[in-house]
Design a protein around this ligand. Structure first.
Ligand SMILES: [Ca+2]
Ligand SMILES: [Ca+2]
Ligand SMILES: [Zn+2]
Length: 430
């Protein structure tokens, strides 16, 4: 018991010294730890902020393509309450899609000065339909654990991501966005101090070296179970974090975005920004408030208020309602350059929902096609097309293992013709 008391008091001490860091997001804490350990870190960070800023300017003509990202939610529970239902997870996914598509009802609340820059991202999320072994899946796993909480005083933020520490191993992080949902409450007092965190992509230009997941298999997003989905009856602290937007914010980090105040720690906040021009510079985070009068830095030539509507602030979720165009461009840049395999792993489905899975993908020698058993007998023909749409191989029904050793390296489209319908998938020949 004595040990437990010591544990709690140390935890609270370390947080009271850093009260600002209470939030859904563990990033500011992480950045402060990095800055404490390495005095060059903050300088380095502002240099790389400049780099993404340049990338975004360069990338001003966005393609119209919608990027669809397969997601797997790993629900890890110690109590029945933590074992969120599939309906709750679907609700969270729907929130993500509304926010990233600017289809959220409260987008009407964006202030007029920000309407010209408010933007859809052209990024959508869907529950994975195939697991890494090629079996049909709901895209949601439920796993019971002996761990009462995954919060620990060492701030080891990876224990929920490994079966050896009571968590769940990631699905192939290159081909799925993994979201772990678990309990992050501080034991005994039963209150979380971090409600979520995410790993930025490895090599993203606006994050310092070493910001990505410590191990590749730890790449993804973590959410405290109580902030998943809508929680309209939430009280206390959770009353301002009740719209499922912790996920919106953390997926923003996963896709490379920084906080809009630029994470200046112990510096003049207006000297550090997020590398995004259409988020006005601001000195610090909104702390679960909706202060429309906030204007912490002077901009030129027009002095905008702080953009508290932005998902990458720490505002009350009830006044968050937008990403900007440049944030959207930055995330698309990350998908195109650092997380492109997310777009290649799973089939595009047609309206009749006949499906085909392709494994392994990428592959150098062969691919294996996997259909739901009931669809196998409906296959009429299989074609492989190159990126220009030319048919390079035609195979008869029944071929599930296809030799591709003679194809040039590149991206190919696989088309499975069914009776009266077809499905397409993409694969990469190495
Ligand atoms: Ca900015
Ligand atoms: Ca301003
Ligand atoms: Zn954050």
């Amino acid at each position: 018991m004595k040990k437990a008391i010591l544990y709690i008091s140390i935890s609270l001490m370390s947080f009271s010294a850093n009260a600002q860091s209470f939030h859904r997001c563990g990033h500011d804490l992480y950045i402060q730890q990095r800055a404490n350990a390495d005095s060059t870190y903050l300088t380095l960070r502002s240099e790389v902020d400049q780099q993404i800023s340049n990338h975004v300017k360069y990338k001003s003509n966005r393609s119209e393509e919608i990027y669809r990202i397969p997601v797997v939610f790993h629900v890890i529970y110690n109590s029945a309450e933590q074992n969120l239902s599939d309906e709750k997870i679907q609700e969270q996914l729907d929130i993500l899609n509304r926010d990233y598509g600017r289809l959220n009802e409260d987008s009407v609340n964006t202030r007029s000065e920000f309407l010209p820059v408010a933007s859809s991202t052209g990024i959508e999320f869907y529950l994975a339909q195939w697991d890494p072994q090629g079996n049909a899946t709901t895209g949601i796993t439920h796993t019971q654990t002996d761990e009462a909480s995954f919060f620990n005083i060492q701030f080891d933020l990876n224990t929920m991501k490994s079966s050896t520490t009571g968590g769940v191993d990631a699905w192939d992080v290159n081909h799925y966005m993994n979201i772990w949902v678990c309990n992050l409450s501080i034991p005994i007092i039963n209150t979380p101090i971090i409600l979520g965190f995410a790993t930025p992509p490895d090599g993203a230009p606006n994050w310092p070296t070493g910001s990505a997941a410590e191990q590749p298999q730890y790449d993804g997003v973590v959410l405290h179970y109580e902030v998943v989905g809508e929680n309209p009856n939430a009280t206390g602290t959770f009353a301002t974090i009740n719209k499922g937007r912790t996920a919106t914010h953390e997926v923003g980090h996963y896709l490379g975005l920084r906080h809009i105040w630029g994470d200046g720690q112990g510096q003049d906040g207006c000297s550090v920004d997020d590398g995004i021009e259409d988020t006005p510079n601001c000195a610090e985070a909104q702390q679960q408030t909706c202060d429309y009068t906030a204007n912490t830095c002077t901009d030129s030539p027009i002095d905008f208020p702080d953009q508290i509507e932005n998902y990458m602030d720490y505002s009350d979720e009830n006044c968050m309602n937008m990403f900007t165009k440049q944030q959207a461009d930055a995330m698309r840049f990350v998908v195109e350059n650092f997380r492109q395999d997310l777009l290649l792993s799973t089939p595009t489905l047609n309206s009749t929902n006949l499906q085909v899975g392709i494994f392994p993908n990428p592959s150098a020698r062969y691919i294996h096609l996997q259909y739901p058993a009931e669809n196998l007998e409906k296959v009429v023909k299989i074609q492989i097309l190159d990126i220009d749409g030319r048919v390079v191989k035609t195979l008869s029904a029944g071929n599930q293992d296809i030799d591709i050793i003679d194809l040039h390296a590149g991206i190919y489209l696989l088309k499975v013709q069914y009776q009266g319908s077809f499905s397409c998938g993409r694969f990469v020949k190495l």
